[in-house]
Design a protein around this ligand. Structure first.
Ligand code: CLF
Ligand code: SF4
Length: 519
């Protein structure tokens, strides 16, 4: 586990960065103000009524393209693409730790045939797994034969699974027609810059047409290919998501321009993620001390880009062999050894039946939220607060405080409850006793929150949270998250108005760089 020490110098640096982002936001006034496709909805929280029916069909059970879906549906990645054609300063594919969850990291590399067997094994064990993504551990399009062979095998054997691809974009233009031919309907391009000067600080080299390019020339080629690839995909009606890594001091303010550029080329969704950087990862940024953003910095940038462009805020920066709901990792259940011994039957009908039940639960949550939202009609207040939620999925508050490996963060206001992020934490409960060091890191991770919603919580952590100004709330155990959050917000407003409590702006919070820890 990392223990991030914040020095006074870092605090100053953080404050300067935040000021500068806020200034950019003030100048930018949201990405929706110019150009683009004129979308009516904001956020990957967009629901059925916010999107054209053909788009809703594509995103409704894709856990990355729909925030609502991510509470209910799972994805899996197969690590069939080991090679990469560029180098990013935040990547080291040699690093392999089963407890580590970040792009580029895997425990096993698979052949397309092994990958196909794994997909069928997972699909029959986890019937709400709806999407197969290929995201590395290198670049899928630097390994086109293995990547497309895997997609071909899955399309033949598991036709209900959506196919998804994530690429750095260098080789994208030459593969767009193949992507369309294989019905790969979702493509992610990682775009960290459109300015080669900035790109030169992120990419030491690229390898293109048997030649290595460095510095500005490398970044120039990369950005041209990314933008051309994006245009070619959107022309063919393929849904494109842009991932951007926020690197404070390098591309943080620049990502507003990236947002404009990708929006004008028809990207559906923009996912701005925090840099993951620690010396033990052995990356250039990890070793040279490049820090990641704070929670406030990340949210400010995401907010600034959320005009008419859909923003994704629920990304978990998955491993290239991740399996399960976003936020959980079940890859250890599906190692090659285990899969090869499994007797797999792919039963389309029972998968469909299970997913119909999942939809019933989801629709019940949507209806409960809508009904509760109506009770906020006419409420006038500028107050907005963040709350943290312990959940195991299903859109409910159903996790004990001590067992939570992450907290989901919701912003509450008179407009309702909106998912705005998540925070990874160390497990507090160590099987019979509470780990005080872990509790400290949890409090730092949700320090910007007014309350934490849990299914259950013990006396000690309750007191420590209260002392830190965070209200532990267990009265909504096993209820729907958003409905409960709105109920809580109404009572919060009442308590502020009656003078029972004072509304106090909370501080900043850490985005943890640590790993998921197996329970
Ligand atoms: Fe995988 Fe990526 Fe497809 Fe999702 S992940 S290839 S779009 S199925 Fe999702 Fe994971 Fe974030 Fe990627 S949470 S890292 S955005
Ligand atoms: Fe690593 Fe992906 Fe960058 Fe290649 S494109 S260096 S695999 S992060």
């Amino acid at each position: 586990m990392l223990d991030i020490q914040v020095t006074p110098a870092m605090e100053d640096d953080t404050a300067t960065q935040l000021d500068s982002i806020m200034q950019t936001i003030a100048e930018h006034k949201g990405c929706g103000t110019q150009g683009g496709s004129g979308k009516a909805s904001c956020g990957s929280g967009a629901g059925q009524n916010d999107l054209p029916p053909e788009i809703w069909e594509k995103v409704k059970n894709h856990p990355c393209y729909s925030e609502e879906a991510h509470h209910h549906y799972a994805r899996m990645h197969v690590a069939v693409a080991p090679a990469c054609n560029i180098q990013c300063n935040y990547c080291n594919r040699k690093y392999d730790c089963a407890n580590e969850s970040r792009p580029g990291v895997v425990s096993e590399k698979l052949t397309p045939e092994q990958a196909a067997k794994k997909v069928l094994a997972v699909a029959s064990t986890i019937p709400q797994m709806t999407v197969l993504g290929i995201a590395g551990p290198g670049d899928p399009l630097a390994n086109p034969t293995k990547t497309f062979k895997t997609f071909e095998l899955i399309a033949q054997t598991a036709p209900d699974i959506k196919l998804c691809l994530s690429t750095n974009g260098l080789a994208l233009p030459e593969h767009v027609d193949t992507i369309a031919r294989y019905n790969i309907d979702h493509v992610t391009i990682t775009v960290n810059m459109i300015d080669p000067e900035i790109g030169a600080q992120i990419y030491p080299w690229i390898f293109y047409k048997h030649k290595r390019y460095t510095g500005r020339a490398a970044a120039q080629i990369l950005t041209e290919h990314q933008m051309r690839g994006l245009e070619m995909l959107t022309e063919r009606g393929i849904l494109c998501k842009i991932n951007s890594v926020m690197i404070p001091g390098i591309n943080d303010r620049h990502l507003v321009e990236v947002n404009r550029a990708v929006k004008s080329r028809g990207a559906f969704l923009h996912n701005i993620m925090p840099l993951i950087s620690a010396p033990e990862h052995g990356t250039v940024f990890g070793l040279n001390g490049q820090r990641g953003p704070t929670a406030q910095e990340l949210k400010a940038l995401q907010d600034s880009c959320e005009g008419e462009m859909n923003m994704m805020r629920h990304c978990r920066q998955c491993r290239a062999d991740a399996v399960g709901l976003l936020g959980e990792d079940r890859s250890a259940e599906f190692t090659t050894d285990k899969i090869m011994q499994m007797d797999v039957t792919y039963d389309l009908a029972s998968r469909k039946a299970y997913q119909e039940k999942v939809e019933e639960v989801r629709q019940a949550g949507v209806a409960a939220k809508a009904a509760e939202l109506e009770t906020l009609a006419g409420e006038m207040s500028d107050i907005r607060i963040l709350v943290a939620v312990a959940t195991k999925g299903g859109g409910r508050i159903n996790e004990h405080f001590g067992h939570a490996k992450e907290f989901q963060i919701y912003e509450l206001g008179t407009a309702g409850a909106k998912f705005v992020g998540h925070r990874r934490v160390d497990l507090y409960c160590q099987g019979g006793y509470g780990d005080e060091d872990a509790l400290e890191t949890v409090i730092r991770a949700i320090n910007d929150c007014t309350a934490v919603f849990v299914a259950k919580i013990g006396g000690c952590p309750k007191t420590d949270l209260q002392n830190a100004g965070i209200e532990p709330v267990d009265q909504f155990a096993h209820e729907f998250i958003e409905q409960s959050a709105i109920t809580y917000f109404k009572s919060y407003l009442d308590r502020v108005r009656s003078g029972e409590i004072a509304h106090i702006a909370r501080g900043d919070a850490d985005i943890r760089q640590g790993a998921y820890v197996a329970a």
